[in-house]
Ligand binder design. Structure first.
Ligand code: HEC
Length: 108
């Protein structure tokens, strides 16, 4: 019995390793400090940067998936060229696409 449990544990950690990237973990680790876990922007950084409430459907409607992809991949700057959101480093295009999908699920 113990052995069977260990096998299951080993197999499930393999499954995670094979998939590699988990958008919700990445979100909580790298994005939530500004955007908030649920995306409402109600964080210290969020207030400082006046980040929009991305749980709001009309805010989500204000940009395309391509724009979201670019924002995550390249970062965003204000009109004077000051960085607002830094480009996220070390992510493949597939990872960024997964994050865009995740970002869309924040909509209430
Ligand atoms: C340093 C704070 C900060 C972090 C960390 C951050 N963002 Fe942002 N994000 C912003 C700001 C500020 C904006 C608003 C864009 C603007 O006004 O220039 C934004 C906007 C966005 C947008 C919308 C872009 C658009 O076209 O309107 C997406 C999508 C996004 N962030 C995804 C992410 C993801 C995914 C992560 C984590 C990998 C992340 N952000 C991490 C600050 C941050």
């Amino acid at each position: 019995m113990k052995r069977a449990l260990l096998t299951i544990a080993a197999l499930s950690s393999l499954a995670v390793a094979a998939y590699g990237f988990d958008a919700s973990t990445a979100w909580n680790d790298q994005c939530a400090k500004c955007h908030g876990k649920d995306g409402n922007g109600d964080t210290k950084m969020g207030k400082k940067l006046s980040i929009k409430n991305y749980t709001d459907a009309s805010v989500q409607a204000g940009f395309t998936d391509e724009e979201a992809f670019k924002a995550i991949k390249l970062g965003t700057k204000d009109k004077s060229g000051k960085v607002r959101m830094k480009a996220v480093e070390g992510l493949s295009d597939d990872d960024v696409t997964a994050l865009v999908k995740y970002f869309r699920t924040l909509k209430k």
